[in-house]
Design a binder for this molecule. Sequence first.
Ligand SMILES: Nc1ncnc2c1ncn2[C@@H]1O[C@H](COP(=O)(O)OP(=O)(O)OP(=O)(O)O)[C@@H](O)[C@H]1O
Ligand SMILES: [Mg+2]
Length: 235
Amino acid sequence: MSDGADVRVEGVTRTFRVPGGVPVEVLRGVDLRVAAGESVAVTGPSGSGKTTLLQLIGALDAPDAGEVRVNGRALDALDEAERLRFRNREVGFVFQAHHLLPQLNALENVLVPVWASGVDDRLRERAAHLLGRVGLGDRMTRFPGQLSGGERQRVAVARALVMEPGLVLADEPTGALDQAAAQALVDLLLDLNREERATLIVVTHSELCAQRMGRRVELKGGTVKPAACGVEIID
Ligand SMILES: Nc1ncnc2c1ncn2[C@@H]1O[C@H](COP(=O)(O)OP(=O)(O)OP(=O)(O)O)[C@@H](O)[C@H]1O
Ligand SMILES: [Mg+2]
């Protein structure tokens, strides 16, 4: 059983520099607190830094200034082994690009995060259960090349959840899905959020998805603000 993660983002800035180009100041002092067990939608225009923010919270990238703390631990203080453990055991990522391994079938792809700790019957059952929950119970032995884009996305969601992470970071999880599949996926994420107390941070352009989260913030101009209708905005 996971224990929901408490996330604190304080004064985080991130600027990208590409050789020969103008530096892109993406985050200009983001403050965001997400309490254990909360569900939060992060919205904002394309290019506003939503993926960048998720990558900082998941320790896939480091801020130029400011701090990200998860359960009180500053991520920049983790050594490489701790960082790997954090990403593998405590965070479930659903990426915009889902990166399934083409030579593994759906069930095997879901089990990839389990390899480090060893696959046991309970986790194998959980993997199969999660594939069932995303509507792929009858496609578990298909390879990614034999699945549609939306089906591959759903495999990636099951993979993100298999380790019972305390923190789920989802980047446009419903992007490739029709309305029914999108609803089912949001249901699954929210069920996990409730049943396992997993903290859920979802980046989304979908109103439908954003409205179903407990709270909503908006990234705008490099900071976070409460969004309209009781929503907090990151500006
Ligand atoms: N590694 C990088 N190097 C240089 N620039 C980058 C890098 N990553 C992101 N950027 C730039 O930072 C800005 C924010 O990117 P980001 O991917 O966080 O946006 P986003 O809000 O997730 O957009 P979308 O809704 O289109 O996914 C963009 O202008 C992007 O081009
Ligand atoms: Mg993005």
